[in-house]
Design a protein around this ligand. Structure first.
Ligand code: UGA
Length: 434
């Protein structure tokens, strides 16, 4: 099928590349000519394992192209995917300005009836509203069918998730549109759930809110474990074996970040509030997460008294491994606080360090490797569980640091290993090693 994708951000680019890989002819359209130029040279504009090779292969097969021209890009398209951002507004709600603009651009330029597929995460009711908006702006005789097809991929494993997802959700107003979407997605071989527009939109928010709830729940259990002498890693293992609970998203740490969970949980609370529903449970999930991101600072202050002039090695900046994304990363909460408390901060991240200057305005230093950041440090704080940090022998801390004191926000090392290495080790929900 001939498909156009509007937006070459995370979701748009991965969607375009994946749809071309399964045999469709795809044109990705973006208003940013610099991005289009890079993509046309075969350079992926995001860091995502496996994406670059797949993109290039399909460009060479002439199944994938990029343009900043709507009219040319939309020509002949039978389905148009909208995959633009829905960032958070100051009040927590989703900002739909980009989705609306993308919809208007499509309405203005399409010459024949199409199915518009909304991939962006949008509040319940938006698909229907976008359809009405488009219908007011299309030329006579051109009609729009709308489909909600939310995205469940994770950053860092986007290609894998797209081809091995648990389900594809398709929300439509009519059977025929659902059938076309099912055909488009058939080569993925993933179970399809066909539903109405409203439920489809809600499935996306409810899924992210539930996963965030699991994380905040285990983090609360972790905080309690610390007080009671239990080990949260043991507790997660024991709980996760119950198939009704499942072991995913039960890893305690310094809280969730990224471009999705914080934004989508806030948007759902806001959406509920607009309909006079006080979503107390989700509000608590957010509150627990906000506190969790500050937890290591509290532990550091308790240990040192003052952090003034302490040289602190910050290991990892990204909100999770395998991405260069710093959005809502706990690093962005912790680093300004450390600097405010007078610490001398030295950061390391294998991939995201070059993004640091964009997000961190405080005066901090960046190093090319872990050893350099640990050298002479008074303490180390682990924010991201990158493989090279996890795999590092904890004796390295003893060898390189002034005092081998480690605050681990990701529980990277088993307690016996930390004990054997003779580091002073504070982690999340586990006994301290002192
Ligand atoms: C999340 C969802 O997992 C995807 O299904 C969804 O499509 C995506 O949001 C989205 O809405 O676009 P993502 O934000 O890429 O994906 O990252 P996750 O792997 O889900 O991790 C989110 C955060 O939770 C990270 O900060 C991670 O460190 C944290 N986390 C995750 C934990 O603290 N504990 C866990 O057990 C799991």
């Amino acid at each position: 099928m001939k498909i156009a994708v509007i937006g070459t951000g995370y979701v748009g680019l991965v969607t375009g590349v994946a749809l071309s890989e399964i045999g469709h002819t795809v044109t990705c359209i973006d208003v940013d000519p610099r991005k289009i130029e890079e993509l046309n040279q075969g350079i992926p504009t995001i860091y995502e394992p496996g994406l670059g090779d797949m993109m290039l292969k399909n460009q060479q097969r002439n199944r994938l192209r990029f343009t900043d021209q709507h009219r040319a890009g939309l020509e002949g398209a039978e389905a148009v995917y909208l995959a633009v951002g829905t960032p958070q507004r100051a009040d927590g709600s989703a900002n739909l300005q980009y989705v609306e603009q993308a919809a208007l651009d499509v309405a203005e330029h399409i010459q024949k009836s199409v199915i518009v597929v909304i991939k962006s995460t949008v509040p319940v009711g938006t698909n229907q509203r976008i359809k009405r908006l488009m219908m007011q702006h299309t030329r006579p005789g051109v009609s729009i069918k709308i489909a909600s097809n939310p995205e469940f991929l994770r950053e860092g494993s986007a290609i894998h998730d797209t081809f091995h997802g648990d389900r594809i959700i398709i929300g439509t107003e009519d059977y025929e549109t659902a059938h076309v979407l099912e055909e488009i997605n058939a080569p993925f071989g993933i179970p399809v759930v066909k539903t109405d527009l409203f439920s489809s939109e809600m499935i996306k928010y409810a899924s992210n809110a539930f996963l965030a709830t699991k994380i905040s729940f285990i983090n609360e259990i972790a905080n309690l474990c610390e007080k009671l002498g239990a080990d949260v890693e043991e507790v997660s293992k024991g709980m996760g074996l119950d198939h009704r609970i499942g072991n995913a998203f039960l890893k305690a740490g310094i809280g969730y970040g990224g471009s999705c969970f914080p934004k989508d949980t806030n948007a759902l609370v806001q959406l509920a509030g607009n309909h006079h529903h006080d979503f107390n449970l989700l509000k608590s999930v957010i509150e627990v997460n906000n506190h969790q991101q500050c937890l290591l600072i509290e532990k550091m202050v308790a240990r040192f008294g003052s952090l003034h002039d302490k040289r602190i090695a910050v290991l990892g900046l990204a909100f999770k491994p395998n991405t260069d994304d710093l959005r809502e990363s706990p690093a962005l909460v912790m680093i300004p606080k450390l600097v405010e408390l007078g610490a001398d901060v030295v950061c390391y991240d294998p991939i995201a360090a070059n993004q640091g200057a964009r997000w961190i305005s405080e005066p901090v230093a960046y190093t090319k490797n872990v050893a350099e950041s640990l050298s002479g440090a008074d303490c180390a704080v682990i924010i991201t569980d990158w493989p090279d940090i996890k795999r590092m022998n904890p004796e390295t801390y003893v060898r390189l640091m002034r005092t081998p004191i480690v605050f681990d926000g990701r529980n990277c090392y088993p307690i016996p290993v930390a004990r054997k290495a003779t580091i002073e080790y504070y982690s999340i929900g586990r006994p301290d090693v002192v």
